[in-house]
Write a protein of this length. Structure first.
Length: 186
């Protein structure tokens, strides 16, 4: 091992040890997938998402090729503005509606992209305010329902208390009636 003016033999030994360690780590997972912080379910979901993206990419390329072909066909046929011939059929582009699930996914991605762009433009304090408001909105929205439920519970408790007071007084009257009946029978 040759040493450079700035390296000592110990540095070369450290480099060799580091290289050995790197090879050992590489060979450790040579025949298997490396460990991941992602669960198997998440990996399957990612694979499915990649498959969806690939099919979407293929669909987009097909549509682009169709559009370029239609544009070429339209450029070849040049209609004469002064003469209208009713015997020739008019060429109309047919717009096919994609599947509803594809539209919903695109809309969802579009909305998420807009939200991401909006949040990217905000500073950190404003991002925290926006996120805090997002957490507060459901609390504010459900407050009237929670308040109404608390009122119902409180009213139920009051009625229970009135019923208990009534039964307490009725119990004393019933005891007095029983004592009176015992006294009469003697």
């Amino acid at each position: 091992m040759e040493t450079t003016p700035h390296q000592t033999p110990k540095d070369n030994k450290d480099d060799a040890t580091r290289e050995k360690m790197e090879k050992r780590v590489k060979n450790l997972f040579a025949e298997q997938d490396p460990p991941s912080y992602v669960s198997i379910r998440e990996v399957d979901a990612m694979k499915a998402r990649l498959q969806d993206m690939e099919t979407l990419k293929e669909r987009v390329s097909e549509l682009e090729s169709m559009l370029t072909q239609q544009a070429e066909d339209n450029s070849k046929v040049s209609p004469e503005p002064s003469v209208t011939d009713s015997s020739q059929p008019k060429v109309q582009l047919q717009h096919k509606e994609p599947a509803a699930s594809l539209q919903i996914g695109e809309v969802r991605r579009g909305v998420l992209a807009r939200i991401t762009r909006l949040l990217d433009r905000l500073s950190y304090p404003r991002k925290f305010v926006v996120i805090s408001l997002l957490f507060l909105l459901p609390l504010i929205a459900f407050y009237p329902l929670v308040n109404e439920q608390l009122q119902r519970i409180e009213n139920y408790g009051r009625q229970e208390l009135r019923g208990t007071d009534y039964l307490y007084a009725l119990d004393h009257v019933l005891n007095d009636v029983q004592i009176f009946q015992i006294d009469i029978t003697r």
